[in-house]
Design a protein around this ligand. Structure first.
Ligand code: MAN
Length: 525
């Protein structure tokens, strides 16, 4: 039976059994040591004792016999025999207390009345009267604070309710506005579609003309390019036999792609493919498209190598200045003028653009542009209303306390400075930390939820999902909310790395009907 028996000190145990078993009288109700008044009736000396969990019934003499019989520890409230037992100290004059029964007779005074150390009655001094006095004074202070604060809280409640009903009204109005704006948007859209269709019809004619012009231009360009390429062909076909051979191109610097001073086989292959030579047609269709970009890149510096050596021995040193100084009638100038053709054409296109359309088409374009502008304005208006609706809905969904006492605090920011940082709490929004040295701001969490315990849900705010901690989780902040006449931050600490704790006082948390004094009176039972 003695499964939890500790036989280290037999004499000590015997003493305990005697002193703990004794049923004694306190507050006029006899009960075993360590039992609270509310549980006294469960320990009747005239009956067997049934463990609180109902699993075992034992003779009453086993209660407090320093041997643990009940799994829930209920048979040993006055000894340390059960690991899960609970010892109740009455602490007359102060607040009653329940401590783990493992602390009974451990040489440490846990209860202010010293009853947890009954084996050595002299080690503990009863401090309950003194502590009780202090506690009562503190409770009195809190009662007065709550009382004073609750007037301010009442104001917050009124403002909060007003704010909410205003938001609800705004929402109704915005929903009406949205319906109107949607209607306008639909009208503007159909107007736009109508005009755009007319605009399209009018522009169709121009597009067709443009297409014809584009094709014509493409043809002309092709012809120019062909002419240009044939000129180049003739330039390189030094024996004028209508065939360009590798010998003929091996003296022209422009074919020397890698600029190593010679046109090697690979370069010839690049321009001629597998053929030994190219005729005019192949040159135009195949070689020229490969050669033209190189010619353009060289910006006219493409004299055959022997010429080049005469004028400038180092091809890498060539500059535009060199080219400008050359004979204007030389072959180089041909390519240069080819480039200028493109420039001229570009200017021609630009010059072409104004007055492109007849008066009627121009008017249609202007009307369509205006219709598009009006439609996009209407679209923007709908989007803006939508976003306002979403904001208000989000606020209306927020839990501002049972009586909306926290509503007016939404968006209000409060700061706290310590040696290193400036902390900022923007209520129902976010918490930030700004380093005094670097000035950089770190998010310590965004509004998450109320996280107080069941009886006091509105005593703790949680701001979560802040900036990730180096090699760790996202930062988070817990805000403990307590009654105070001003809304302010009392302290900011970081009890665990990247987990912050803020103490906030606010009249919103003052509640005349739920004071600490009442709480302590209740505990003393
Ligand atoms: C910053 C601050 C500190 C935090 C460290 C973690 O210095 O946000 O509060 O402890 O980062 O690396």
């Amino acid at each position: 039976m003695n499964m939890y028996f500790n036989s280290s000190n037999l004499l000590h145990s015997v003493l305990l059994i005697v002193s703990s078993f004794v049923v004694y009288v306190q507050s006029d109700v006899p009960r075993p040591r360590g039992v609270s008044l509310s549980k006294a009736s469960l320990y009747s000396p005239t009956k067997d004792f049934t463990c609180f969990d109902g699993t075992v019934t034992i003779p009453f003499s086993y209660v407090n016999d320093d041997y643990c019989d009940c799994f829930d520890g209920s048979d040993e409230p006055g000894t340390a025999a059960c690991l899960n037992g609970v010892f109740h100290c009455t602490n007359a004059g102060h607040r009653a207390q329940n401590i783990p029964s493992s602390r009974v007779n451990d040489g440490v005074c846990d209860c202010c009345d010293g009853t947890d150390e009954y084996a050595a009655p002299n080690i503990c001094v009863n401090t309950c009267e003194e502590l009780g006095k202090e506690a009562r004074a503190e409770a009195q202070r809190l009662t007065e604070l709550h009382k004073a604060g609750s007037h301010l809280r009442q104001e917050l409640i009124e403002k909060g309710n007003k704010k909410r009903s205003e938001m609800a009204e705004q929402l109704t109005q915005l929903e009406k506005d949205k319906a109107d704006a949607e209607k306008i948007k639909a009208e503007k859209e159909s107007l736009k579609n109508e005009i755009e269709s007319k605009e399209n019809d009018a522009l169709k004619v121009y597009r067709e003309v443009e297409e014809i012009e584009r094709q014509k231009k493409a043809e002309e360009e092709k012809e120019i390019s062909r002419k240009e390429s044939l000129e180049q062909f003739e330039r390189f076909d030094s024996n004028n036999d209508g065939l360009l051979t590798s010998d003929e191109i091996s003296t022209a610097n422009v074919f020397d792609k890698n600029k190593d001073g010679q046109v090697d086989e690979e370069e010839i292959k690049y321009f001629f493919g597998d053929s030994e030579s190219v005729d005019k047609d192949s040159f135009v269709t195949t070689t020229w498209p490969l050669l033209k970009p190189l010619l353009m890149m060289e910006q006219g510096m493409f004299t055959p190598m022997q010429d080049e050596e005469e004028s400038d021995p180092d091809p890498d040193e060539e500059t535009n200045q060199d080219v400008d100084n050359e004979d204007p009638g030389s072959e180089d100038d041909t390519a240069d003028s080819d480039l200028r053709v493109d420039d001229t054409e570009e200017h021609e296109i630009e010059a072409d653009t104004p007055n492109k359309y007849d008066e009627e088409t121009q008017k249609l374009i202007e009307e369509a542009t205006e219709a598009r502008r009006q439609f996009s304005d209407a679209e923007r208006t709908v989007r803006e209303i939508d976003s306002n609706i979403r904001n208000i809905q989000q606020n209306l969904e927020k839990d501002y306390g049972l009586q909306q006492e926290f509503a007016t605090l939404d968006g209000q920011c409060f700061e706290y400075e310590d040696k290193e940082y400036v902390y900022k709490l923007c209520m129902f929004q976010k918490v930030t930390q700004k380093s005094k040295n670097s000035g950089s701001e770190i998010g310590l969490g965004n509004w998450g939820e109320w996280a107080g315990d069941n009886n006091n849900k509105y005593s703790v705010m949680k701001y979560t999902n802040g900036i990730a901690c180096w090699n760790g989780p996202n930062r988070l902040t817990v805000v403990n909310v307590q009654c105070g006449l001003d809304t302010k931050l009392l302290s900011v600490t970081e009890p665990y790395r990247c987990e912050y704790k803020i103490d906030l006082s606010t009249p919103a948390a003052c509640d005349e009907s739920n004071t600490a004094q009442q709480q302590s009176a209740h505990d003393e039972l």
